[in-house]
Write a protein that binds this ligand. Structure first.
Ligand code: PRP
Ligand code: MN
Ligand code: MG
Length: 182
């Protein structure tokens, strides 16, 4: 059992299912980068940290790693659309092929903002790999090449995803019980 008894409604995506999909995604991204220099993975803190570390280790080619911390949700359960940079990249990405690594695309506002922001820094290419996407929650059109799972518009936590900073440590993706946020 996990450390949050009675707080989750169900498991949405179990550990094995997550890890199998990550191996697939890593192979797909690597195949498209084989002839190039190592892709620069941009982990979008904090939610993407778990996915990024598993993803990088599942890739059959070398990659490099950078972190960017942005926040759009604050402590609300739905996106405000206001994106703040909490921590910027440490390096110049001019001429690099970058891969934005996200845990989830919900409204798409964070990613849309990030793609525009990074595009101004003249990278050779920007790809996106997202573990989860809520197709029915999208508010903006975002171009995402690699997606792990399309999921229903429900509040999901675990595997990096939080509610008020909790549940990030769960090794699976679960549905938060309605009594925990309403
Ligand atoms: C969450 C999630 C994505 C973003 C998706 O991050 O990790 O980055 O929201 O939502 P959107 O598509 O509606 O913009 P959050 O802002 O909660 O910060 P965190 O990663 O630190 O939890
Ligand atoms: Mn995030
Ligand atoms: Mg969050």
């Amino acid at each position: 059992g996990h450390g949050y008894p009675g707080e989750l409604k169900a498991t949405l995506i179990g550990e094995d299912q997550l890890q199998a999909k990550i191996v697939e995604l890593a192979a797909a991204v690597a195949a498209d980068h084989e002839l190039d220099s190592p892709p620069l993975l941009i982990c979008v803190l904090k939610g993407a940290v778990t996915f990024t570390t598993d993803f990088a280790r599942a890739m059959p080619i070398p990659s490099e790693l950078e972190f960017m911390a942005v926040s759009s949700y604050g402590s609300a359960t739905s996106s405000s659309g206001v994106v703040r940079i909490l921590k910027d990249l440490d390096r110049d990405i001019t001429g690099r092929r970058v891969v934005i690594v996200e845990d989830i695309i919900d409204s798409g506002l964070t990613l849309s903002w990030l793609q525009k922001n990074l595009a101004t820094r003249s990278p050779a290419a920007i790809d996106v790999v997202a573990l989860l996407r809520k197709p029915e929650a999208l508010k903006v059109d975002v171009d995402v090449r690699y997606v792990g799972f399309d999921i229903p518009t429900e509040f999901v936590v675990g595997y990096g995803l939080d509610y008020n900073e909790r549940y990030r440590d769960l090794p699976f993706v679960g549905l938060l019980g309605a009594h925990m946020y309403s």
